[in-house]
Ligand binder design. Sequence first.
Ligand code: ATP
Length: 304
Amino acid sequence: MSSQDTDSATAERTDERPTAATNAETPTGEPVIDLRDVAFGYTATPVVEGVSLAVDPGEYIAVVGPNGSGKSTLMQLMLGLLEPDAGRARLFGERADRFDDGERLGYVAQHASAAKEMPITVREVVKMGRYPHVGFDRLSADDRTVAAALREDPVETVRRAANAVSGRLAAEDWAIVDDALATVGMSAFADRRITQLSGGQRQRAFIARALAGEADLLVLDEPTVGVDAESVEAFYDLLGELNAGGITVLLIEHDLGAVVEQADRVVCLNREVYFDGPTDEFVDSDALARAFGAGARSLAGVDR
Ligand SMILES: Nc1ncnc2c1ncn2[C@@H]1O[C@H](COP(=O)(O)OP(=O)(O)OP(=O)(O)O)[C@@H](O)[C@H]1O
């Protein structure tokens, strides 16, 4: 871990620098995600407390814990969507809540529910992965009227902006989109509406979007809830292959059996970290029973 992270005061000073190195590689040895002594509560009672956790490039890590144990909250703290009440969170070496290099991060939500009602095709979803690369997230000085237009007619304004960006995609961007579709086995579904896919296919489309964005880190929040058993297996095979290719995978998962089979490292959370280490040590530890109660070993498929 880098010496700049030794205390929050130092981190604060470091973060005052302009983010000129936005597109630079994470310096060797710097964790992709780095939480130090993080606490957070929606009310006065913390739901996450004393959590320190560093994820290195290339790891395949799963965060497990019973319902309400703070997994989704922890994920939001990691991604800078929530600010810790105490401690600090860094993402690719930046303060997580100021991190703005979206293309480095691919996020696959539970159920991909946001997409269910969107009348767009798989290719259009995957294409969105290229947007940060062609400037969708930057407004030019000529766009002073955009804020007013957004207030007047948000849907039409966003549609026009998206069309403008599509026009900026080069042949190379389209080739990357096609490659991403092929990698997740969705080329044949490219022109199908996202609403007409199975749960597993929809999750693949969202992974393809992250791949098209050339993400270094994939964060997945219970991605296989409601997905049939056969597709789940194929989905985890794909994740394993992507990780073998160098992408860091952080999986929040309720399915202990899948975690035990897939992840190299497990973090077991129940407000605090009960266990953090190699998966096989987790299986033999008492953290499993302490966090989940008796019977957890059979849930994990390791009752022996
Ligand atoms: N927006 C919110 N406002 C208030 N309390 C919340 C909010 N989100 C979560 N909580 C509470 O914080 C605690 C942790 O919730 P969180 O969603 O992080 O747990 P989880 O481990 O992801 O749960 P699950 O496995 O059921 O998805 C729970 O007690 C939950 O009720």
